[in-house]
Design a protein around this ligand. Structure first.
Ligand code: NDP
Length: 307
């Protein structure tokens, strides 16, 4: 049986692993299908303290992992599909059907990109509709693409795409960005970026052809319809917490985040850290901070059991 089982390998999970490992608890980290989490789909991380020139997201997670492993954390690329927190030990089911038992569990499964709820989006997902410019941008070299959303994710995606695309159109449903000032200004000032304000996508063309050839755009203020010719559509409309494996086992908020008091969940011995419990800040550094707190909580809990 494990003493500390950590689910997720972004900054929250890996920081929890570092602290639990240094406490001599040899934590097991189940990395999931996307080791490193969302940081690995971002480019340059400019706001993680200690890296004045910025650092590549994948490299940052690799360094965090190395640091945790140095003190005895074990990382395994396994995916969690279910859990049973009704008794002791705590149980977690993996996609291969096996069960891992542990005295404490730290949930750090993060969040996944949201896709627009349109039939044409679902049908063309992976065929021109994507949510990761870093992963897929290179396929659109020299082409015109669109990014949906007005937050930091959308700005970041759009700015990244300017490196290889001819033109990037940001489609935003309001007349004001939600993005931070610095990111918004950078995007708006870019010569390759244009913004369609007060606009939504009614349909992605062309489902029959099985590829993206354009978008049907509607101006929400005037009702005017127009077509935008693009070969790619990048989603930048936010994220959904990855809590499917824990439904019914602990309290979730109305929006599906794990409900926490500090990092404690509704089940003793189960903690949550990072984006899976944070609808507010969603930053790598806040995720790392809560990962640390969760590990300290788990350590104290084990101590209180006299173990
Ligand atoms: P946000 O929730 O901040 O923004 C989502 C955007 O998508 C909003 O502009 C929203 O519009 C729009 N939107 C949501 N649903 C729809 C829909 N159905 N149709 C059309 N538009 C929609 O999410 P982000 O992922 O951008 O950012 C999340 C957090 O991560 C933030 O705290 C952000 O600061 C942070 N972040 C930081 C980065 C950095 O610092 N480098 C990079 C990326 C993210 P509306 O504005 O009208 O609500």
């Amino acid at each position: 049986m494990e003493r500390v089982l950590i689910i997720g390998s972004g900054p929250a999970g890996l920081t929890a692993a570092l602290y639990a490992a240094r406490a001599g608890l040899a934590p097991l980290v189940l990395e999931g299908l996307e080791p490193g989490g969302q940081l690995t789909t971002t480019t340059e991380v400019e706001n993680y303290p200690g890296f004045p020139d910025g650092i590549d997201g994948t490299q940052l997670t690799m360094l965090m992992r190395q640091q945790a492993e140095r003190f005895g954390a074990r990382c395994e690329q396994k995916d969690v599909t279910g859990s049973d927190f009704s008794g002791r030990p705590l149980k977690v089911t993996l996609s291969d059907g096996s069960v891992v038992e542990s005295q404490t569990v730290i949930i750090a499964t993060g969040a996944s990109a949201l896709y627009l709820d349109l039939d044409s989006v679902q049908k063309l997902r992976g065929r021109g509709v994507t949510a990761c410019a870093t992963c897929d941008g290179a396929f659109y070299r020299g082409q015109d693409v669109a990014v949906l959303g007005g937050g930091d994710t959308a700005m970041e995606e759009a700015l990244f795409l300017t490196r290889m695309c001819s033109k990037v159109t940001i489609i935003h449903r309001r007349d004001e960005l939600r993005a931070s000032k610095i990111m918004g200004e950078r995007a708006l000032a870019h010569e390759k970026i244009e913004v369609l304000w007060d606009s939504v996508i009614d349909e992605v063309l062309d489902v029959e052809k099985g590829e993206v050839t354009g978008l049907k755009i509607r101006n929400v203020k005037t009702g005017a319809l127009s077509d935008l010719k693009v070969t790619g559509l990048f989603m930048g409309i936010g994220h959904k917490p990855n809590t499917d494996a824990f439904v019914g086992q602990l309290d979730l908020t109305d929006s599906g985040f794990v409900q926490t008091d500090s990092t404690r969940t509704s089940v003793e011995g189960v903690y949550a850290a990072g984006d899976v419990q944070d609808p507010l800040y969603k930053q790598a550094v806040t995720a790392a901070g809560t990962g640390c707190a969760a590990a300290l909580e788990a350590e104290r809990y084990l101590e209180s059991l006299g173990q």
